[in-house]
Design a binder for this molecule. Structure first.
Ligand SMILES: [Zn+2]
Length: 389
C-alpha cells in the first residue's frame, strides 16, 4: 500500500468554462498559443473565444498554428523559437492531444538550448537532463481522449529517426487545465470514437500496470465506466452535451491515471505503427491492436481478477473470466462503429511485424517494464500478426 500521488494541475471543468478563463489566475502575461494546422479551432469558434478571453484578461499573445495530428520535432523547435523571440512567458495548448503535447514540448525548448531529442530518455535520445524549468503551460482540450491536460507527458515524432517517444518531467504538468465539454460537440463521429478509445486504454493499461496505485485504480475504474456509458452516444449523437460531459470527465480521469500509474506496452506497439505511418490516428492504432493484445494477457492468471473487474466496469455484471473483458471491449468497439478497422488500409505490412516490434521496444521500451507479464520481441511480432487484417 505504499504510493505517492502528485498532480499539481488546477482543473477547471464544466460546460461553458472557457468563458471563465479571464477570471482564472494565469501563469504569465504573454502567451504563445499552440493550435493545429487544421481548421477546427478556427471554424468552430474555440480560438476566437480564447482570444476574446485573453483580451479581457489583458494577456498579450502570438499564435503558432502548424501542429500536425502526429506532431513532429521540427514544429517543436519552430514554436520554441517563436516563443523566445516573442518574449512569451507561458504557453497555451488549445486543441487535441497533439496541440497540447506540442505546447509542453515547446515550453521545454523555449527555456532549454540544443535539440529537443537531446533530452529524450529512450531510443536515440541523448538522455541529457533539462537545465532550466519549462515555461508554464495552460491546456484547453477540444477533444476527449488524451488526458494530457492533467498529466506531464508529451509524445512527439522524430521524422529522421522514425521514433515516436513520450517525455515529461514534474515540471511539464500543466499549471491550469480548462476542460469545457462544449468545445467537444463538433468532433466528428469517427474521431470521437478513436479519441474515446484512447482514453479507455489509458485507464485499462494504467489499471493493469505494475505501477498502479489504490488511487490510480479509483480513477481508472470510474473512467472505464464513464466510457462505456457515454462513448456510443457521443459517437452517434455528437450534440448530446451529457455524453460529451461524460467523455470529457472520462478522459481527464484517464489522464490522472497516466499521471499516477503508467500506460503499458500497448501504447509502445501503437506508437511504432504511427511513427511509420503518420496518417494512422493514435486511437485507431490502439483499437486495431487491442483484441490480440488483451487476448494474450487474458491467458495469465495474474491479470484475470483485474480484467474481470474492468469487464464489470464496461457494463457486463455477469463477467467471470478475463476473456469476458475482451468480449466487452469488442462489443463497445462495434457499438461505436470501429469494430472492423484494418491495418492494411494505412499501408501497414504484416511481413514488417518484426521491424515494428523492434521499434516499439527501442523507442518506447520503458512502458514494457509496467506490463503485468513480460512480452518478448517474438510475443510482439505474434501480436502484430494476430491483429493484422
Ligand atoms: Zn494514448
Amino acid at each position: 500500500m505504499n504510493f505517492s500521488h502528485h498532480i499539481p494541475t488546477r482543473i477547471v471543468f464544466g460546460s461553458g468554462s472557457l468563458q471563465s478563463l479571464h477570471k482564472q489566475k494565469l501563469p504569465g502575461n504573454n502567451a504563445l498559443i499552440v493550435i493545429s494546422a487544421g481548421k477546427s479551432t478556427r471554424v468552430h469558434g474555440s480560438l476566437d473565444s480564447l482570444l476574446a478571453e485573453l483580451n479581457k484578461a489583458h494577456i498579450r499573445f502570438v499564435l503558432f498554428d502548424k501542429i500536425l495530428s502526429n506532431p513532429i520535432k521540427q514544429h517543436v523547435m519552430e514554436g520554441a523559437e517563436l516563443a523566445r523571440i516573442s518574449g512569451c512567458d507561458f504557453v497555451i495548448g488549445l486543441g487535441g492531444g497533439s496541440s497540447i503535447d506540442s505546447a509542453k514540448a515547446i515550453a521545454i525548448m523555449a527555456t532549454n538550448g540544443g535539440d529537443y531529442w537531446d533530452y529524450i530518455g529512450s531510443g536515440t535520445g541523448k538522455r541529457i537532463l533539462l537545465g532550466a524549468k519549462p515555461l508554464p503551460i495552460v491546456a484547453i482540450p477540444t477533444t476527449a481522449g488524451t488526458g494530457t491536460e492533467v498529466d506531464p507527458w508529451t509524445v512527439i515524432t522524430n521524422e529522421e529517426s522514425i521514433e515516436k517517444i513520450g517525455f515529461g518531467t514534474a515540471d511539464t504538468f500543466p499549471a491550469l487545465a480548462l476542460v469545457d465539454p462544449e468545445l467537444m460537440l463538433t468532433v466528428p463521429p469517427l474521431f470521437t470514437a478513436y479519441q474515446g478509445f484512447d482514453a479507455l486504454f489509458h485507464s485499462v493499461e494504467g489499471y493493469l500496470c505494475r505501477q498502479a496505485t489504490p488511487l490510480s485504480d479509483v480513477y481508472a475504474l470510474q473512467s472505464i465506466e464513464l466510457v462505456a456509458q457515454h462513448l456510443p452516444t457521443a459517437v452517434h449523437e455528437g450534440q448530446n452535451l451529457a455524453a460529451r460531459e461524460g467523455m470529457a470527465l472520462a478522459s481527464t480521469l484517464a489522464g490522472m491515471v497516466e499521471a499516477t500509474s503508467r500506460c503499458i506496452s500497448e501504447h509502445s506497439l501503437e506508437h511504432a505503427l504511427s511513427a511509420f505511418f503518420p496518417s494512422l490516428p493514435h486511437g485507431a492504432g490502439l483499437i486495431m491492436i487491442s483484441k490480440a493484445y488483451y487476448t494474450h494477457f487474458a491467458k495469465y492468471a495474474v491479470c484475470a481478477e483485474r480484467m474481470v473487474r474492468m469487464a464489470h466496469a464496461l457494463g457486463c455484471p455477469q463477467a467471470s473470466t478475463a476473456l469476458d473483458f475482451v468480449t466487452a471491449l469488442e462489443n463497445l468497439q462495434q457499438a461505436c462503429g470501429v469494430g472492423t478497422l484494418c491495418m492494411s488500409d494505412y499501408g501497414i505490412k504484416k511481413e514488417d511485424a518484426r521491424l515494428y516490434a523492434q521499434n516499439a521496444r527501442s523507442a518506447m521500451g520503458h512502458l514494457f517494464e509496467g506490463d503485468p507479464v513480460a512480452l518478448s520481441e517474438n510475443d510482439c511480432v505474434a501480436l502484430y500478426e494476430a491483429a493484422y487484417r
